[in-house]
Design a protein around this ligand. Structure first.
Ligand SMILES: [Mn+2]
Length: 426
């Protein structure tokens, strides 16, 4: 299925009057506050988030998987789904591939398909957290960190193969997340597994093309429950520094213990020029992979406040890679992704409302109340009509979720692909 641009323009016509009333109201308010809302709209229009190839089907849990009709079964179909998202939202112009779930069979055809949807290839992701069918490696006790030298070498080789696949598609970065760790005290010698991991990452880094970046993700627990080798941002940063200046830390919002001050981690990494990328999702208890902004929208805004500050004030930090990393067990994955993209843009737009110069003045005057008021005023501003305006200007859907439903996207996909199609992934 491919949505025609004209279908969206026609749907927008029906929403134009209400949208204009709401947008004019907000534009007036922002004008009175001397906020350059046109510049914010420009930034929203340009903002692109990579959709992970594993998020287009139903997600699995440890207890089961309930498939969703019309799931994409090939990489081509996954790109078609992202094409639909991008057409509706104007924010999904990139894909993040997971290898080996999505190894292209025909590179030229895949590149052509992506180009036809205006999708670029963002970071590629390696997988040493599960054994592949008929593979020799056994990652039960770890991969890059394990005491078994042969398995370590194979895991390094896998990552180098992933880089080679990415090179053929035009990717410029690889993300490594390690499931390595221990379930019980004494199982691993902490120092030895850390050294193995560092050595392995350095070998992968040596195979990295000059214009590529290496992103090192961290996570405090799961699937191992006693310890994880790369447990936190400090360990990730230390490993990135041991590799070189093209290695960076990647922050996945769900990979923190409850109540962690993620915005402070973001600020610290930006200051050191070592924040490489982001995996957006939300969580209540752990790595819940829930829809972005569905549980802690204020925390998301505070994170974006640091990101916006960093993008303006930290030239030492490279452009960031924005990705969603979520799993959908009960929702239509495409609807869920539309909700996530909306939540990301809302937090970004709110953060752009913060007058950093005035905030600095209040901070220097030690006016705690004024500081808090400034952030909360931005957060409590309903910026949705700004986002709708940015989409309308790009001929994307003013209301993407409503358009998705009005165009019967899922029904059409089920008709095309069947009720029982299953996407690759967990
Ligand atoms: Mn992640």
């Amino acid at each position: 299925m491919k949505i025609d641009r004209q279908q969206i323009i026609d749907l927008n016509k029906g929403l134009a009057f209400n949208h204009t009333v709401q947008f004019d109201f907000l534009a007036n308010q922002l004008h009175h506050k001397s906020i350059d809302y046109q510049n914010i709209i420009k930034k929203l229009k340009a903002f692109q988030v990579a959709i992970p190839s594993w998020a287009l089907g139903a997600g699995g849990t440890r207890f089961g998987r309930f498939s969703f009709g019309g799931e994409p079964t090939t990489l081509e179909q996954k790109l078609d789904d992202i094409g639909i998202l991008h057409m509706l939202t104007n924010t999904a112009g990139a894909v993040s591939l997971h290898i080996p779930w999505d190894i292209p069979r025909d590179y030229a055809a895949i590149q052509e398909k992506a180009a036809s949807h205006n999708i670029v290839f963002d970071a590629v992701n390696s997988n040493t957290f599960q054994d592949q069918p008929n593979a020799n490696e056994n990652y039960k006790f770890g991969s890059l960190s394990t005491v078994n030298k042969d398995i370590r070498e194979r895991a390094i080789q896998h990552n180098i193969e992933v880089i080679d696949i990415g090179k053929k598609l035009g990717s410029k970065s690889i993300t490594i997340w390690l499931a390595d760790g221990a379930n019980f005290p004494g199982q691993n010698n902490f120092q030895r597994v850390l050294k193995h991991t560092q050595d392995s990452l350095q070998k992968i880094y040596q195979a990295l093309p000059n214009d590529w970046k290496l992103f090192i993700e961290y996570k405090p627990y799961e699937p191992n429950f006693y310890s994880t080798v790369i447990q936190d941002w400090g360990t990730s940063l230390m490993l990135a520094e041991s590799c070189g200046n093209r290695a960076f830390t990647l922050v996945d919002l769900g990979h923190h213990l409850p109540n962690t001050n993620i915005e402070q981690i973001v600020a610290t990494l930006l200051y050191k020029g070592k924040l490489g990328g982001f995996h957006f999702n939300d969580s209540k208890y752990g790595d819940d992979d829930l829809t972005v902004g569905s549980i802690k929208p204020y925390a998301l805004f505070l994170i974006f406040n640091e990101l916006v500050y960093g993008m303006k004030n930290n030239p030492q930090n490279p452009d960031l890679a924005w990705m969603i990393d979520a799993s959908h067990n009960t929702k239509d994955p495409l609807e869920d992704l539309i909700q996530s993209l909306e939540a990301i843009l809302i937090a970004y737009a709110q953060a752009l409302l913060v007058d950093q110069d005035r905030l600095k003045e209040a901070q220097e005057a030690q006016d705690v109340v004024a500081c808090q008021e400034m952030l909360q005023d931005a957060y409590r501003t309903d910026v949705r009509s700004l986002i709708r305006e940015s989409r309308s200007q790009a001929n994307a859907a003013i209301d993407p979720l409503a358009a998705y439903r009005a165009l019967n996207v899922r029904k059409t996909l089920v008709k095309e692909r069947g009720e029982k199609s299953t996407a690759t992934g967990l």
